[in-house]
Design a protein around this ligand. Structure first.
Ligand code: NIG
Ligand code: FE
Length: 418
């Protein structure tokens, strides 16, 4: 057995439990000063104080690490990204600064469609290479598990290529990658005149193939005015549910489409965005197990009002935070920026934000039993900060304080080392 003991941790902070935290319980995080953690074969075997660990374990030099001056947190789970894509769209970003709305660019055939063309042009090797670079960057900000969506192929070949590449990255890279099929990201030009036929194609051909190949766990849809209607989203997601997929929805991002309500009705694992969520949507989500995944960096980049995080948590929703990293609406994967926006601008407490990016993020990818907290029996996915207290996460605003990342008990990133 391989054992590693971390001692003298200035402060250990973690939510606790194996299910998503709803409402006010998101604040219940455990804090231990002068903490210690024992890792055995990649799993957490003990969590307590350094005094306790000294009483229970024999400390030998070769397996003990002193983390004085450092805070320790669970690895972050970024539960909503589109990190496999070709090309970039800086021109659109500049158009938006001049006042052209995101959705107008989309309706005029730009936006996602531009990225689809550039992504279709990538072969598997190039896609993998880009994915690897982007995962390394995420890792340096403490992300140990990431959800990745397809949705920039929209045809059979390129959608499958995106999913296969993410599967390979999951197997070979230190970050866990959870796959989501997002064929319903946009109606491809080939089907512009007949969106229903595109739905038929996804339901009859794509879902069975993806299920057979076991290359995605979730199916997602961009339910938005001018993209997929509520009815179309319901048709696709009902079929996906029947085929055994977990469900996710890009919900109420720009206008309220009733998609938070739909997510709750269908028992979706998460409804994401929710900038324009209705009162009814909040109420339905609060009563359901569906996680409200909020993406503050997207609201920031699109200059839109943030999702009503405070209202949702006070109503009893389980809230997760994620980056939405993509080349269009939100070309940033910055975890430090996300913490800053959530706490300074959305009225979340730092404890809520931490829970949202760890345990609730894990629940949003169906992994809340294995990861998301520092507890006995869970995987040792850990983030070491270069600061002694976790308050520095927001106090040292938008600064990346991660100095080491441990995945399954192994150090996979150390600041300043390749
Ligand atoms: O979550 N809203 C749809 N999808 C992405 C944007 C994708 C893109 O613009 O390329 C989002 O914001
Ligand atoms: Fe998205």
């Amino acid at each position: 057995m391989e054992r590693q003991i971390l001692i003298n941790i200035s402060q250990l902070v973690t939510p606790e439990g194996s299910t998503a935290k709803h409402g006010s319980t998101m604040n219940d995080v455990k804090k231990i000063e002068h903490a210690a953690v024992v890792v055995e074969d990649g799993q957490i075997a003990f969590v307590g104080t350094t005094e306790e660990v000294k009483a229970f374990y024999r400390l030998e030099e070769e397996n003990v690490r002193d983390l004085a001056g450092h805070a320790l947190l669970p690895g972050f789970v970024d539960s909503h990204t589109h990190f496999i894509f070709g090309g970039y769209r800086p021109e659109e970003f500049m158009m938006r600064q001049k006042g052209v709305p995101y959705i107008e660019i989309h309706k005029a055939g730009g936006g996602i469609q531009n990225t689809v063309e550039a992504t279709r042009a990538l072969d598997e090797e190039e896609m993998y290479r880009l994915g690897e670079i982007r995962l390394k960057d995420m890792l340096s900000m403490g992300v140990t598990t990431v959800e990745g969506k397809s949705g920039y192929g929209l045809d059979c070949d390129c959608e499958l290529r995106q999913l296969q590449v993410m599967k390979k990255l999951n197997e070979a890279q230190p970050i866990s990658v959870v796959n989501t099929y997002l064929g319903a990201h946009s109606i491809p030009v080939e089907y512009k005149k007949d969106p229903e036929a595109y739905l038929d194609f996804m339901i009859a051909e794509m879902l069975p193939e993806i299920k057979k190949e076991k290359i995605a766990q979730f199916t997602d849809v961009f339910c938005e005015e001018g993209v997929f209607t509520g009815e179309q989203s319901k048709r696709l997601l009902s079929a996906a549910k029947e085929a055994g997929f977990g469900l996710k929805i890009h919900a109420d991002e720009i206008v309220s489409t009733g998609s938070a309500e739909l997510a709750a009705e269908l028992g979706a694992v998460s409804a994401d965005h929710l900038l324009a969520v209705s009162e009814q949507g909040i109420c339905d989500m609060a009563k359901s197990e569906t996680i409200a995944t909020l993406l503050p960096c997207t609201a920031f980049c699109l200059k839109k009002p943030y999702a009503p995080a405070r209202k949702m948590i006070d109503a009893g929703c389980a809230v997760a935070l994620a980056s939405d990293y993509n080349p269009g609406s939100c070309f940033t994967n910055s975890i430090p920026l996300m913490f800053a926006l959530a706490v300074i601008h959305m009225g979340m407490t730092l404890e809520e934000a931490l829970c949202a990016l760890t345990l609730n993020g894990a629940a949003a990818v169906g992994m809340e039993k294995e990861i998301g907290s520092i507890e006995v029996g869970k995987k040792a996915d850990l983030v070491v900060l270069s600061a002694p207290k976790y308050e520095f996460l927001v106090y040292h605003t938008a600064k990346n304080l991660v100095c080491e990342v441990i995945k399954n008990g192994k150090t996979v990133y150390q600041k300043g080392k390749v």
